[in-house]
Design a protein around this ligand. Structure first.
Ligand code: ATP
Length: 198
């Protein structure tokens, strides 16, 4: 089975494209969602986070996201230490999940693949792109976020121009119908690439 990484900048439409692959019956693992779950459900992850950030990281068993964000976003080293706890746990959980699927390929949707230099974890990578202005507008509408807040989040991400050279496949997501067509074509290609060679 092949492992495909799906990524893209904020508001590019990763989740939208992921949903289109699901509709073609491709199993998609949502790393962000699974990370949130593991941070609560995994005893080891929870203990390591408490040791790193203190008991206040959890309130009545739930993650205090505002407290954690406040601590790690002004301290890059602490963020790196938090990632060093969460990323390997997500990777192990993903591989366990993937092992149970009997399909030619599975997709792992992850916000930061090239930024974290983890592209070698994948047989193929897909980058979703969209013009910056469109991405800003989408996220402002979706999250009610200000332009400044989104630009701040974009700062942690590489520009599309840099990522395009690193990705195996790119999907520009502007018109939904065109995107769905591109997803179908790429699915056919990935099925061919995932077929066992005799
Ligand atoms: P994030 O990195 O913030 O999680 P994302 O890359 O997963 O974002 P989506 O959540 O898929 O992006 O899309 C952002 C918003 O834009 C959503 O509200 C989605 O419905 C909308 N959207 C995505 N693609 C299109 C499109 N082609 N046309 C119109 N709206 C779109």
């Amino acid at each position: 089975m092949k492992i495909v990484g799906l990524t893209g900048g904020i508001g590019s439409g990763k989740s939208t494209v992921a949903q289109m692959f699901r509709e073609l019956e491709v199993p998609v693992y949502d790393s962000d969602e699974e990370a949130k779950t593991l941070m609560i459900s995994s005893k080891e992850v929870k203990e390591a986070i408490t040791a790193l950030l203190g008991k206040k990281a959890y309130r009545e068993g739930f993650l205090d996201r505002a407290y954690i964000a406040d601590k790690v976003f002004k301290d890059p080293e602490l963020l790196q230490q938090l990632n060093a706890i969460v990323h390997p746990a997500v990777r192990a959980h993903f591989l366990e999940w993937a092992q149970k699927k009997s399909v030619p390929y599975v997709i792992q949707e992850t916000a930061l693949i090239f930024e974290n230099g983890v592209q070698s974890n994948y047989d193929f990578t897909i980058l979703v792109t969209a013009p910056r202005e469109i991405r800003l507008r989408r996220v402002m509408e979706r999250d009610g976020a200000t332009e400044q807040q989104i630009l701040q989040r974009m700062e942690n991400q590489l520009e599309d121009e840099e990522k395009i050279n690193l990705a195996d496949f790119c999907i520009e997501n502007v018109e939904l119908e065109t995107t769905a067509q591109k997803v179908k074509q790429l699915h056919t290609k990935l099925l061919a690439l995932s077929a066992p060679k005799f």
